[in-house]
Design a protein around this ligand. Structure first.
Ligand code: ADP
Length: 502
């Protein structure tokens, strides 16, 4: 078989047809509803207690902190009230010893110290004034207190806008003492011990931050519908009618949020959409990848879409060709040997042969390679993936498969975006032709994949146009914009709306 034919055959395994998109949307809508009604479903549909999105006129000075992994980020954000803002920030590496401290207090006291240092550096006068008052025994006024959003990217059971119990640590943290405790309470206690003028007003998920940040900066009167992340993982948060969140009606938390808007932002946790594989594609490469992960059978949607996985799917597909003696991939045809495997151009310690050896950025590099003879792809194959002198045919084969993997991811993403647009019924409102700003359904996105993978949005849009109820007309009313800095300005905006509710 020719190499081109073999590559084409593998690429076809990644085709995701319009019918499959439509079935996926149906299933997504069903699972969304399921998650709004009860716990323990594939998509968790977590209520965030944030009941409004900004419209760009919000004003004031807020703080935001982000504990997500190796670093702790502290920011203050001045919202100008005209969709713009200014931001000060500092980033501190968390000492290894504190990631595994004996008590939660040690870690949270360290975080409070960083907030104190930040205040002294960037808001010195405000800080001094507050401390002086404290020393005189005077009460701090409400305006003096910074409302702060706390982005905490570990699993928590959130029970209120600024209350959430730590379920477990991930990413190298291990402090048994903190499990089951309210992380906002832990941080507030240490802030109070230092007499800082700061209130932990909101516990923030990064997708909600993305939604809020985009809604503040986006044009048009209608607020943003969805904030979506396509980076290491994938997830989205959207605006839902409060009346649909029936699992909240009976919850102990009722009354802890402002019900007047009739809406609530829901963190879908869509990475686990269709873990039952009713509608998702499942090639042998997907199945092999899933087996090789610590969370087999979970996050099945994410495993077909996000940056953490696409490189490995591509690698597995390439290796399947390498394993086929009839396919002359990376073979030195001039060597005179009949056994191509003895003459392979692939280094024995090539990243191609190592599980998880290909980074998803490779898909972007080859996807965007329009050089004659795919020079960039060949260069990367040689430099990063340990292939000696790959031919143009080799590069073309890799390019075709990589494009198929990327395109499938983008078309799968359209299932989530399309279903949420349908759920919102925003396209049912008649629009001008051509649509004007106020007719647009606004979506904020963040993450390397959507930002850098060439054609990600176009492929997603093509699939959106295939969804009944969206169609080509509706697709044109969907506006997708990059929302940067959800954990800064987004968290500040959540602190603002939370401050109103508290
Ligand atoms: P995070 O989601 O962790 O906040 P990013 O949005 O930067 O961070 O996503 C990182 C993921 O994106 C990694 O899995 C990485 O492999 C992938 N990635 C990095 N650069 C690119 C690129 N140019 N094109 C596609 N994927 C990329």
């Amino acid at each position: 078989m020719t190499l081109a034919k073999a590559a084409q055959r593998v690429a076809e395994e990644f085709e995701f047809t319009p019918d499959q998109v439509r079935n996926g949307v149906k299933e997504f809508l069903a699972e969304m509803d399921d998650g709004l009604q009860k716990d323990g479903t594939f998509m968790n549909q977590i209520p965030t207690y944030v009941t409004a999105v900004p419209n760009g006129t919000e004003k004031g000075l807020y703080m935001a902190v982000d504990l997500g992994g190796t670093n702790f980020r502290v920011c203050s954000i001045l919202l100008h009230g005209d969709t713009t803002f200014t931001l000060n920030s500092s980033k501190i590496k968390i000492p290894q010893t504190l990631m595994k401290a004996q008590t939660a207090k040690e870690l949270f006291a360290f975080l409070a110290k960083q907030i104190e240092a930040f205040l002294k550096e960037h808001h010195g006068e405000h800080y001094e004034c507050h401390i002086e008052k404290k020393q005189k025994g005077e009460q701090a006024s409400e305006e003096e207190i910074f409302n702060m959003g706390f982005t905490f990217s570990f699993p928590v059971r959130q029970v209120g806008i600024n209350k959430g119990y730590l379920i477990r640590w991930t990413k190298g943290f291990d402090i048994a003492d903190a499990i089951g405790k309210d992380v906002c309470g832990l941080l507030q206690a240490e802030i109070d011990a230092l007499h800082l003028p700061v209130r932990v007003a909101a516990l923030v998920n990064d997708t909600v931050g993305t939604l809020m940040a985009r809604s503040y900066t986006s044009p048009g009167k209608t607020g943003t519908l969805l904030g979506a992340i396509f980076g290491t993982g994938t997830n989205g948060a959207y605006v839902e009618k409060l009346s649909k969140v029936t699992k909240l009606t009976n919850a102990e938390e009722k009354g802890l949020y402002d019900e007047s808007t009739g809406e609530m932002i829901i963190n879908t946790e869509w990475g686990s959409f269709d873990n039952g594989l009713k509608t998702l594609p499942n090639t042998k490469y997907d199945a092999a990848l899933d087996k090789d992960t610590p969370n087999t059978g979970i996050q099945m949607f994410e495993k077909r879409i996000s940056g953490m996985y696409l490189g490995e799917i591509l690698r597995l597909a390439i290796v399947s060709l390498l394993d086929d003696p009839a396919v002359p991939l990376f073979s030195d045809e001039n060597s005179g040997s009949n056994d191509f495997r003895t003459t392979t151009l692939v280094n024995k310690d090539s990243a191609l042969l190592k599980p998880w050896g290909i980074d998803t950025s490779f898909l972007s590099h080859t996807g965007g390679d329009s050089t004659p003879g795919l020079q960039i792809t060949r260069q990367v194959l040689q430099r990063d993936l340990g292939v000696h002198g790959p031919s143009i045919e080799d590069a073309q084969a890799v390019h075709v498969i990589a494009a198929a993997v990327g395109k499938r991811a983008a078309r799968l993403s359209a299932i989530a975006v399309g279903a949420i647009v349908l759920q919102s019924k925003r396209l049912d409102v008649p629009a001008s032709d051509p649509p004007i700003d106020d007719d647009m359904v606004d979506i904020g996105v963040d993450g390397s994949l959507v930002e850098f993978y060439p054609g990600f949005e176009e492929y997603m849009r093509e699939a959106l146009g295939e969804i009944p109820g969206v169609g080509e007309k509706g697709e044109k009313r969907i506006r997708i914009g990059i929302a940067k800095d959800g954990s800064g300005v987004g968290a500040a905006l959540i602190a603002l709306v939370a401050g109103r509710a508290l």
